[in-house]
Structures are given as C-alpha cells and as structure tokens.
Design a protein around this ligand. Structure first.
Ligand SMILES: *Cc1c(COP(=O)(O)O)cnc(C)c1O
Length: 396
C-alpha cells in the first residue's frame, strides 16, 4: 500500500488522539527515515528524543534479534538476566542503588509517585503525601501523571484529578519554599522542561531545591524521561547542575526505541518497595531489557556523550546565526542536543513546510521549535537541516 492508502485506512480505524502529519515512515537508518512511497527524510525529532542512537542501531537490532529467538517474555515472578544487567549498568553510572522497570515514562513517574508516598507515609505518617511539581511541566498521560503535570491543557476533561499535587513556577526556589506544608512529601521536577518549551533553569536553582529538600526531609524526584540517556551531552541532565535526586525516572531513549521505563532510587528509599507493593507484567521483560543493555553500552562506549556535546554546540551556533538573519527567532537555547528556538509566531506551519521538504522537525509549547536529533547526527546533517530551515524562514 502507498502512504495515501495507509493514511486513509488509519483515519478509519485509529482513535483520533493525535493530530498526525501526513507521513508514513516504514524504514529508518541513522538520522534518516523513508516513507511508504520511498521518499527520504532527515530526522531531527528522533521519535521525540527516543532514537538517540539513530534508527536501527546495529547493536540494538542484533540484541533484539538474538533475544527474540531465545526468550521474549517470562514474568517478573522469575529472575531476568538482561533486566539485572541493565539495572547494574544504570546503578553503576548514577547515584542510584536499585531499579524498578516498567514500560513508559508515565509509568516510571507513577512508580516514583507511589514510592514517594509509601516512603513518606511509613516514615512520617499518613498525612504526608503531597507532591510539589512545576507549572509547564510534563510528566505523562495517566491519571496520576496528568495530575502531576502543570499544564491545564492535559488536565481538562478529566476531573476529578488525583488529590495531592501542587504546582509552582519552575526556576523559582522561593515559590517552592513557600509552598511546603507538613503534608509535603516530595518535589518532582524535570531538570530541563521539555514539553514546557526547553526551559533551562539557573545554575543555582537545583542546589537550592536540594537544600530545601534536605532541610524539610523531602524526597527529590527528577523526571529525566526526556533529558536522560545522553540527550544533554551528559548521561543524566542533573549532572550539569551538581545535585543528585533521591529518585529518578527514565524512559524514552533507554532501550534504543524499544518501549521501556524505569525508576531508580537510593537504597534508603528503594527499600520501601517490598514484594507485592508495585509491579508490571511486561516491565523489564527480556526483549526490551536486552535492547536496553545494548543501547546503554553503545551510549557509554562509543563516545556519543562527547559527540552530543560538541555537535550540540555547533547546532546552537548555527541556530544563533539564523536568529541574526531572521527576527522571527527571538531566542535560541539548549544544552547538548536538547535545543529550542523560540519564535514570535506559532511554529506549526514551519514544521509542515519542513516535512514537505524532507525534514522532520517539531514544535512544542506552540512557539518553540524543538531540535532533538539522534545524538549521532553529523555536521553535514546539521548543515542540511539549517539549509532547509533557512529556506523556509526566508519565505515567511
Ligand atoms: C515523554 C515524557 C513523559 C511521558 O512518557 P511516556 O513514555 O509518553 O509515558 C514523562 N515525562 C517527560 C519529561 C517526558 O518528556
């Protein structure tokens, strides 16, 4: 079937939860994808910061193929070698002592919310359950994570929300301090807001947040679902800020495109999740965790973090150049390959035109062009993207 026919059939059978672009990708390699009509695209979205190793990284493909022929799924009633191996890699490269595996970012945050509540209830009493999160944050689409998310547009229609979340402005430690009550048990933040428009806080902010948590015996939860796994040029984005959380959630890029989520925690907190307290049928199953081990080894062993930092600086510089030529770009900001260009107009049309010209881009928070290409993106591919984008901006 050609792209048009797939789109027509999809319109008939798929729920309309997404405003989809008229594109049917069927194959990918590195920073390129091909659609059902054979047209080639340059991918600067990477499945929303998922394909950090590019499409179909050979080591991830090999791990999936090998594992698929051995054991796809068993159950968390049993011990799963690739899950154990992935947990070891994550713990030995972070502050964490233990991992819990699930299937998505939202589920990882659900796990973090449940662990924080259980820890606080058992340590300090049942009246301590409230979690402070940030305005313009994004934590997922399940009921608890929608309640945690500080954006009305994801919450409307679904009242009543889960009780026990308060939202404060991001990058404002004073606002946070003032919001703490005896009911507060945790603070949950993205180190850099992704869906909120690539918002990078001041260097001091997280040190103050950590201090506030320590003074009030609150848990600090970092949602690194989007910014973790090398996106910012460090394995975890919080490394830029010199603070460590008590709990961290990961998902998107963790398994090279296979669906996975994980919650990591320090032992003192993790021990509150005993047998029967939380679980997932598929969570950390042999197939996805085999992909996760391969993806993590590739990220750590192939110089990808340094490359992401370097090429991110190059891309940022090129975008600064575009900003000088096109006043519609009002600000360019980013760390590593987590980059946003703020526009004075909504970015939807630019994204549509880019697609017509063979470039996959994305706009978030309505007016922020988001550049989250595979971390393996080369200079030539950045130049090609800048060429297409400047052509579009010149025609506005
Ligand atoms: C994408 C995202 C989520 C939700 O992840 P899903 O896998 O879609 O459930 C949560 N938090 C952040 C910061 C995200 O970017």
């Amino acid at each position: 079937m050609n792209a048009q026919q797939w789109i027509a059939k999809g319109d008939k059978y798929i729920m309309k939860t997404y405003g989809r672009y008229p594109l049917v990708p069927v194959r990918g390699e590195g920073c390129r994808v091909w659609d059902a009509d054979g047209k080639r695209y340059l991918d600067f979205l990477a499945g929303i910061a998922v394909n950090n190793l590019g499409h179909c990284h050979p080591k991830v493909v090999a791990a999936l193929q090998k594992q698929a022929g051995e054991l796809i799924h068993c159950s968390n009633y049993y011990h799963i070698p690739s899950q154990i191996e992935l947990a070891e890699i994550l713990c030995s490269n972070s502050f964490a002592d233990r991992a819990f595996f699930c299937n998505s970012g939202a589920e990882a945050n659900e796990a973090a919310i449940k662990l924080a509540r259980k820890y606080s209830r058992e340590k300090f009493g049942a009246d301590r359950y409230q979690i402070i999160t940030a305005l313009s944050s994004f934590h997922g689409r399940t009921m608890a994570t929608v309640s945690a998310t500080g954006q009305e547009k994801v919450q409307k229609f679904f009242d009543p929300l889960l009780h026990g979340f308060v939202h404060v402005p991001f990058n404002d430690a004073e606002a946070l301090r003032k919001t703490i009550t005896p009911a507060t048990c945790a603070i949950m933040l993205e180190p850099i807001q992704g869906e909120g428009g690539i918002v990078i806080p001041d260097g001091e902010y997280f040190r103050q947040v950590r201090r506030i948590c320590d003074e009030n015996k609150l848990l600090l939860i970092f949602d690194e679902v989007q910014v973790g796994i090398g996106r910012t040029g460090k394995l975890f984005a919080h490394e830029h800020f010199g603070v460590t959380p008590d709990i961290m959630t990961l998902a998107k890029a963790l398994a090279g495109g296979a669906p996975i989520g994980t919650m990591l925690a320090r032992e003192e907190v993790a021990e509150f999740f005993g047998p029967g307290t939380h679980g997932s049928t598929f969570g950390g199953n042999p197939l996805v965790t085999a992909a996760g081990v391969a993806a993590m080894k590739a990220i750590l062993e192939e110089g990808i973090l340094n490359h992401a930092e370097e090429i991110g600086e190059y891309l940022l510089g090129e975008l600064e150049g575009l900003k000088k030529r096109f006043p519609v770009i009002t600000e360019v900001r980013g760390i590593g390959l987590m980059i946003g260009a703020e526009l004075s107009i909504p970015g939807g049309d630019i994204v549509k035109k880019a697609l017509e010209r063979g470039l996959l881009l994305n706009v978030t928070h309505d007016t922020v062009l988001r550049f989250v290409p595979p971390l393996i993106v080369g200079k030539q591919e950045v130049d090609e993207m800048i060429g297409i984008l400047s052509g579009i901006l010149a025609e506005l």
